[in-house]
Design a protein around this ligand. Structure first.
Ligand code: FES
Length: 120
């Protein structure tokens, strides 16, 4: 099936680091612009138990480390679900630190002539 390209608003309506939710055919999609300029579009439904995942925290992660060591990585690229704290890599959509990770539903998103569009 061919994808549809839908305009969802001017780029200025998408502040850095804050999800904006749009509804397309009854499906909520969260769109966020990262500090580096990349846009991501994610279905606003956690693959674990269905939470509105885009209302979670957008930040980084503390990967497993040795005793006495602590590292913070991927600042601004990790979405933490508001219900149970699962962490998702916004770039891949994959849940972090799992051998069989769940995955966020992602959509292609871009900008043309200052307008943000989503392919669904
Ligand atoms: S519903 Fe998202 S982690 Fe459980």
């Amino acid at each position: 099936m061919e994808k549809r390209r839908l305009a969802v608003g001017p780029l200025g309506d998408f502040p850095v680091g804050k999800f904006r939710i749009v509804s397309i055919d009854g499906v909520e999609i969260g769109i966020v612009r990262l500090a580096g300029g990349a846009l991501h579009a994610v279905r606003n439904r956690c693959p674990h138990k269905g939470a509105p995942v885009c209302k979670g925290i957008l930040g980084g992660t503390w990967p497993p480390s040795a005793v006495g060591e602590l590292a913070f990585e991927r600042d601004g690229e990790v979405l933490v679900c508001p219900w149970h704290g699962y962490e998702f890599d916004l770039n891949s959509g994959l849940e972090l630190y799992q051998k069989r990770p769940t995955r966020l539903r992602k959509y292609d998103v871009g900008v043309e002539d200052g307008q943000v569009f989503v392919l669904i």
